[in-house]
Design a protein around this ligand. Structure first.
Ligand code: PMP
Length: 321
């Protein structure tokens, strides 16, 4: 039997409201289309994952699966761990992130800044090793495991929240194309459902970063240069129903260059925003003039300070005689 629905803690620390993030029209190429971009990097912990972290923990709290003084454990080296660390701190529960060795210092330090613990598994064990370790910790400590790759509340957060914001922000409430890379698939599945249920004639476009380099991370046949976007991990995505969805391959180099161009336009984003923007331009070209195409800028550039996004060496300036 389900435990009784419990009220949320009313002490003001709990998951402060996340204001609607702006939806802005962006055109990098003066000849190219305008893309509607949702600035999700403006969420409190710096990514769109604040929404799913809040939504999944709130649900678990109400159902009594997460108790006062309890613990949350998740296998994620990405933005979800950072967002869960903040949401857990706000709820006054403990948080442990499990991830493979080799993740950037920025990520580990950000989780620790929010009071979370980080458990590292050997790099060779990869994402699967991290998931197995997180399951073990959850069992042993009776911790709540959100399991973002299979938790329907992940997509649900975007369906009832991010998607409704976009519908109220975009002219005429009309979306023809929604574009995103897939990590868990929560973003694209939830947004697609929101737009389809609102009666929009919407097509989902899945951005796939294709590696110019090899990939040494287990479970990932996509480019490691675009963290957060992986291939074949997500049950949520595999089980989803998005008729007519289109997969678009994007060179990882173009994704990186576009992210840098966006940064210099005033959008301090990470690589997956570049990926999404490039794919959205192609989606717009395929849908034709007048189509309103939406994409998401998922996270912030500060998360990539030690990576080639920022550390690359631009070509030296040309010598002018
Ligand atoms: N970009 C970044 C930076 C991410 O961390 C993620 C999620 N891991 C995604 C894109 C993909 O989003 P989703 O998990 O909703 O498919």
């Amino acid at each position: 039997m389900r435990p009784p629905c419990r009220p949320l803690p009313a002490d003001g620390r709990f998951l402060q409201a996340i204001a609607p993030t702006p939806l802005v029209p962006v055109r990098l190429d003066p000849e190219g289309p305008t893309i509607w971009c949702k600035l999700e990097f403006l969420n409190p912990s710096g990514s769109t994952k604040d929404r799913i972290a809040r939504y999944m923990l709130e649900k678990a709290w109400r159902l009594g699966e997460l108790q006062p003084g309890g613990e949350v454990v998740e296998a994620s080296s990405g933005s979800t761990s950072i967002a869960l660390a903040l949401a857990s701190a706000q709820m006054g529960v403990r948080f442990t992130a499990v991830m493979p060795e080799g993740v950037t210092d920025e990520r580990v330090l950000t989780i620790r800044a929010y009071g979370g613990d980080v458990v590292l598994v050997p790099r060779a064990e990869g994402v699967r090793g991290a998931i197995a370790k997180a399951e073990q910790i959850a069992r042993e400590r009776k911790a709540f495991a959100p399991r973002q790759f299979e938790n329907p509340d992940n997509a649900e957060a975007h369906r009832v929240w991010t998607g409704q914001e976009i519908l109220s922000q975009i002219p005429g409430g009309l979306v023809h194309g929604v574009v995103s890379g897939v990590g868990t698939g929560g973003t694209v599945v939830g947004l697609y459902q929101a737009f389809a249920e609102a009666g929009c004639p919407v097509t989902a476009f899945i951005a796939r970063p294709i590696a110019g380099l090899g990939c040494d991370i287990e479970c990932c046949s996509f480019s490691p240069r675009v963290p957060g976007v992986v291939d074949g991990m997500s049950k949520l995505y595999r089980d989803s129903d998005m008729p007519g969805r289109v997969e678009l391959d994007v060179s990882d180099e173009e994704a990186m260059c576009t992210a840098r161009a966006l940064i210099r336009r005033g959008f301090p984003v990470g690589p997956s925003s570049g990926l999404n923007y490039v794919a959205a331009v192609e989606a717009s070209r395929r849908l034709g003039p007048g189509a309103q195409v939406v994409t998401v800028f998922p996270d912030r550039m500060e998360r990539y300070f030690s990576t080639e996004l920022i550390q690359h060496r631009p070509a030296p300036p040309r010598v002018v005689a």
